[in-house]
Structures are given as structure tokens and as C-alpha cells.
Design a protein around this ligand. Structure first.
Ligand code: EPU
Length: 425
């Protein structure tokens, strides 16, 4: 298994390009199943999760392949789907793949998708996805760990989500595009990835209003067509790189990101005392002193993103003063805390709240993470720690960050990957 070795203490300075958004890409790959003809996605990040979704599409019988000339362009043809079944072995590794259910049902009348099961950050049920699809007229059966959904033709309905769910909103919105009549989604997720999906579905021929608000209205159409689209920048990758700049008291510019989709992160980084400037095509973060402690509560968009929680906490470990970080979205998203303690951080957790007392310095140590964003937080902390930190189980980071060590190295970080074989990569 690969490891990432960080020799902390280097001030990060420079400019770096943000990759395409992982979570926007995953939803768009599912949406491509709805269109007749080929969908071409550009600016797609090369990530393990994207590969996982490619495997699912291939298992369904769709043609999905990387463009021969551009390594970040994907070509997807849903017309050839002939086995509308997503197997356990693939779905359990990447639960976003559950989003193929809505499109399969809407276009092919049936879908059989494994229940994803729990994951490291929480139970993460899919009841709201199913509630929405059922309201649209799907017959849903749970059998042997699989969700089997079928329907002659879906019909419009009012769906009031009990919890705000990003992939649930996306799944049901995709299905509603090919239903008869009007669907109203209440308490819909407002994340930028929902807006981007709605924009692409609209290009495909769908009729959607209100994406980005809590009430989305979809007027069903009889067919959708494949389109071309360039995926927008990844707001969580951008936030992670800015946090790395701040924790090292550096001067980091991220390019290829729309600052308006990361207001809450920008506000929190400003509260640490960092200077954040919004520029034409990106964001610049400069920090001159130790960060200041602050309080942060994660919440659905436009609140502070749960996907940025561990990286912000890493910054706060070396703050002047104390901080309180409250996680409200997932019930088990403090797995980075015991590892941060190994680096010398002073944090106590009670339920969903972490109390972080800033320490003057962290010290490198071997650490290990159990999910993607926890690993990102550990790398941010390692960049500030004295001496060497070895981050194990790097495959988590490869799920969601494209060439993270190269990008950080280009900013001056002393970071390298060691392959499972012991060879430097
Ligand atoms: N929930 C339910 N029932 C459902 C669906 C969700 O109770 O049917 C609960 C979840 O258990 C959770 C809350 O609702 O407590 C919010 O979960 P949500 O459904 O919004 O999460 P998701 O759509 O499965 C996406 C991102 C996550 C990100 C969350 C929250 C993708 C592929 N994943 O997950 O990204 O943390 O929204 O913003 O879009 C990551 O990138 O590291 C990541 C985990």
C-alpha cells in the first residue's frame, strides 16, 4: 500500500490549478445514462472514485471510456445498457454509484442496485432516495441486499425530503426528468453540484426550475439527448489547498474555481486571521501569524461543508486559543481526531462536538486515515508539523484528490509518495 511522507515546516507559496469537481462528476456520469447518444464530460479528475463509477457504467453495459487524446475527457454512451444491475462489490466501494438507480428506472423501466451499506463516516441510509422514487410511481423491493425498482412509466409527484440529501435530491431529480408531468422536490439540497447537474440535464433537454433553492420543479419530457460539458472546479480540493497555505503561513493561489461556491470556507479561513483575496479566476490565501481559534458548525450548503471539517480542524490545532467544531451532517466524522492527537494536537470530543485547544506546534508521526477527507486533514496537519509524518492508507486520498502530492510539491511542500513496494513514486 502506498504511503505519503511529509516533512513539515515548509511555507507553501505559489499557484496551483484545481481539478474538476469529484462530486459533480459522479452525478454527471450517472446522468449520462439518461441521454440518447454520447455525453462528453471534460475536465474530469482522474480519481479512484471516477474509476469506480466507470466500472459501474461498464457493468450496466454502457460504453464509458477516456478520450484517446485528452486524459481528462470522458465519453459515455448509455444507449447500450443491457444489464441494469449494479453489483454489491462495486457499489459498496463507492456509494455515489447508487445514483444510477434513478436514471436506470426512468430510461429503462428497471434497475437493480445493491444497497450501499454503511461507511466509515456514518450509517448513510438511502431511504430518502427510495421515498422519492416510490412517490414517482416506482415499485421498490428490497431483496438479498439489493434494491429492485421497476415502473412502466414514472409520473410526477410532490416529494418532501425529511433530510436534506445531496445525492438523494440528484437521484430523484434525474428520474423526474423522464416522468410524465410535474415533480416538485421540497427541502431539496442546494449544493453547487445539484445546480451543475440541473444545468447539464437542462442542456440535455430537461425542464427544471429552482435548482439551488430548496424547491425544485421538474416538468417531465419524453427524451433527453447526450451533451458536452466541462466539469467545474472542485470546491473542496480548492479549500484543502487554501487550508494548507494558511497552516504553513504561506501564500497560495488556487486557480480554476468559482469563489462564490465556497463562501463559508472563505469566511472561516478569514476568521483564522488569514487574508483571502478573490481574484478574477481564483482565490489567494496569505497568512502571516498563527491562526486564531474559532467556532465552526458543519451544515448543508450554503453552510460550512462537512467535507472541509477535518482540514479546518487541522488548521485549528495550531491556533492561538480554543475552537469548537460541531459536525451536524454525519454522525461519525471525527476519525481524524485520534490521529491528530498522535501529532501532538490537544482535542477532546463529546458527541458531535470537538473542542480543539491550540498548541504551539505539532510533531510528525506515522498516522493512518479511514476516509478521504480525514486523510486530507492529516496531510494539512503534517505540513505544519515538525519532522516527518507518514500518512498510511493513501488510497483514501486517491479517491478524491488528483495528484495531491505533486500539487503540494509545486507549492514548495516536502512531500513524497512511497509505493507499497518501498519505491519512491
Ligand atoms: N441521509 C439519510 N437518508 C438518505 C440520504 C441521506 O438519512 O436517504 C442522511 C445521511 O446519512 C447524512 C445526511 O443525510 O447524515 C446528508 O447526506 P447526503 O445524502 O447529503 O450525502 P451524500 O449525498 O451521500 C454527498 C457527497 C459527500 C458529502 C455529502 C454532504 C457525493 C458523491 N458525496 O454525499 O461527499 O459529504 O454529500 O455534503 O456527492 C466526500 O466527497 O468526501 C463526501 C463524502
Amino acid at each position: 500500500m502506498d504511503r505519503i511522507i511529509v516533512s513539515g515546516g515548509a511555507r507553501l507559496v505559489g499557484e496551483v490549478q484545481v481539478s474538476g469537481s469529484k462530486n459533480a462528476t459522479l452525478a454527471l456520469m450517472a446522468a449520462a445514462l439518461l441521454g440518447e447518444g454520447e455525453t462528453v464530460l471534460r475536465n474530469v479528475p482522474r480519481l479512484r472514485d471516477v474509476d469506480g463509477m466507470l466500472q459501474i457504467l461498464a457493468a450496466l453495459g454502457a460504453r464509458a471510456e477516456w478520450d484517446a487524446h485528452d486524459p481528462n475527457t470522458l465519453r459515455i454512451l448509455g444507449d447500450t445498457v443491457d444489464r441494469p444491475e449494479a453489483p454489491y462489490d462495486l457499489v459498496r466501494r463507492m456509494r455515489a454509484s447508487f445514483m444510477v438507480l434513478g436514471p436506470l428506472l426512468a430510461r429503462f423501466g428497471r434497475g437493480r442496485v445493491s444497497e450501499p451499506g454503511g461507511c466509515a463516516i456514518g450509517v448513510r441510509p438511502v431511504d430518502q432516495h427510495l421515498k422519492g422514487l416510490e412517490a414517482l410511481g416506482a415499485k421498490i423491493e428490497l431483496s438479498h441486499g439489493y434494491v429492485e425498482a421497476s415502473s412502466e412509466r414514472l409520473h410526477g409527484a410532490r416529494v418532501a425530503f425529511d433530510v436534506c440529501t445531496v445525492n438523494g435530491t440528484q437521484n430523484v431529480m434525474m428520474a423526474a426528468c423522464l416522468a410524465d408531468g410535474e415533480t416538485v422536490l421540497e427541502n431539496a439540497a442546494r449544493e453547487p453540484e445539484v445546480i451543475e447537474l440541473a444545468a447539464v440535464l437542462t442542456k440535455m433537454g430537461a425542464r427544471i426550475e429552482g435548482a439551488g433553492t430548496a424547491r425544485v420543479v421538474v416538468e417531465g419530457v419524453s427524451r433527453l439527448r447526450g451533451v458536452e460539458h466541462a466539469v467545474s472546479g472542485d470546491r473542496i480540493e480548492a479549500g484543502t489547498l487554501l487550508a494548507a497555505g494558511v497552516v504553513t503561513r504561506g501564500d497560495v493561489r488556487v486557480r480554476g474555481i468559482d469563489a462564490s461556491v465556497m463562501q463559508a470556507t472563505i469566511e472561516k479561513l478569514r476568521e483564522t486571521g488569514a487574508e483571502i483575496e478573490l481574484e478574477q479566476e481564483g482565490i489567494r490565501a496569505r497568512a502571516f501569524d498563527a491562526p486564531r481559534g474559532l467556532d465552526a458548525v458543519t451544515a448543508p450548503y450554503p453552510g460550512f461543508a462537512t467535507d472541509m471539517q477535518s482540514q479546518l480542524m487541522a488548521v485549528l490545532t495550531v491556533a492561538n486559543g480554543s475552537s469548537i467544531v460541531t459536525e451536524t451532517v454525519f454522525e461519525n466524522r471525527f476519525m481524524h481526531v485520534p490521529e491528530l492527537l498522535r501529532l501532538g494536537a490537544d482535542i477532546s470530543v463529546s458527541g458531535r462536538t470537538a473542542h480543539v485547544r491550540g498548541v504551539p506546534r505539532l510533531m510528525g508521526a506515522p498516522v493512518m486515515a479511514t476516509d478521504l477527507r480525514a486523510s486530507a486533514g492529516l496531510i494539512v496537519a503534517a505540513l505544519a508539523a515538525e519532522g516527518e509524518t507518514e500518512v498510511n492508507r493513501v488510497y483514501h486520498i486517491d479517491r478524491g484528490y488528483e495528484r495531491i502530492e505533486e500539487k503540494l510539491r509545486s507549492l514548495g511542500a516536502r512531500i513524497r509518495r512511497v509505493q507499497g513496494t518501498g519505491q519512491e513514486a
